[in-house]
Ligand binder design. Structure first.
Ligand SMILES: N[C@@H](CCC(=O)N[C@@H](CS)C(=O)NCC(=O)O)C(=O)O
Length: 204
């Protein structure tokens, strides 16, 4: 199977970090797609990913999976250890709840800010909107504060153990640097959690 990814792009990084946390990065062929060179928009890559996005996973039977969380779900089934998405119904629900909160309320809001405000995104986000950027920035910062409060009483994002929700939050903190925003440096509990995640080594 082959994983199409772009180093330093957050959605592909989510999958790469997930695989590394399982010790299985070597189990897939990796192929780089440069977003800045717009390689994801070529006709050849569109056959792999019809919406021209990375990551994309192509299985040996030709099946394409093109959503980062769905790719993680596939790898969770294929490589069950260590479990990163929940062992029982309660854990599965709690991990999914927090992972979706991080993805929808922090990551996606931050992406809206970045895509609408950063000059490098002008060719991809047409037209950029200062109003959308401002709204998204406000929403992302509010969610970072909420997560900081949550982490004041919890070692991990979800279910009191390391999970995909920690990986999703970690890649979002890295992504935030493109707007010179470092929530894990500004907010103390997020900072303590971030240091502990860095020490785990899944980011490479
Ligand atoms: N929902 C998709 C989103 C993938 C996505 O937006 N990937 C970005 C890179 S982080 C991309 O391909 N951007 C290219 C573009 O916007 O033209 C997933 O989670 O896999």
């Amino acid at each position: 199977m082959k994983l199409y990814h772009s180093p330093q792009a957050p959605n592909p990084d989510r999958v790469v970090y997930f695989l590394r946390a399982k010790g299985k990065l070597g189990a897939v062929d990796l192929e780089e797609v440069s977003i800045m060179k717009q390689e994801h928009k070529t006709a050849g890559y569109r056959e792999v990913s019809p919406y021209s996005q990375v990551p994309a996973l192509v299985l040996d039977d030709g099946t394409n999976i093109t959503e980062s969380r769905a790719i993680c779900t596939y790898f969770e089934g294929l490589f069950p250890e260590p479990n990163l998405m929940g062992m029982d119904p309660k854990e599965k629900a709690l991990i999914e709840m927090w992972d979706r909160r991080v993805e929808l309320m922090l990551f996606s809001q931050f992406a809206g800010w970045f895509r609408n405000a950063h000059p490098a995104m002008a060719p991809l986000e047409v037209p950029q909107s200062a109003e959308t950027a401002a709204k998204s920035e406000k929403a992302a910062k509010k969610m970072a504060e909420r997560l900081n409060e949550h982490l004041a009483g919890h070692e991990f994002v979800a279910a009191d153990r390391f999970s995909i929700a920690d990986i999703t939050l970690y890649i979002t903190c890295g992504f935030a640097r493109v707007m010179k925003w470092t929530p894990h440096k500004d907010l103390p509990h997020l900072g303590r959690w971030h240091d502990a995640m860095t020490a785990r080594g899944f980011a490479g």
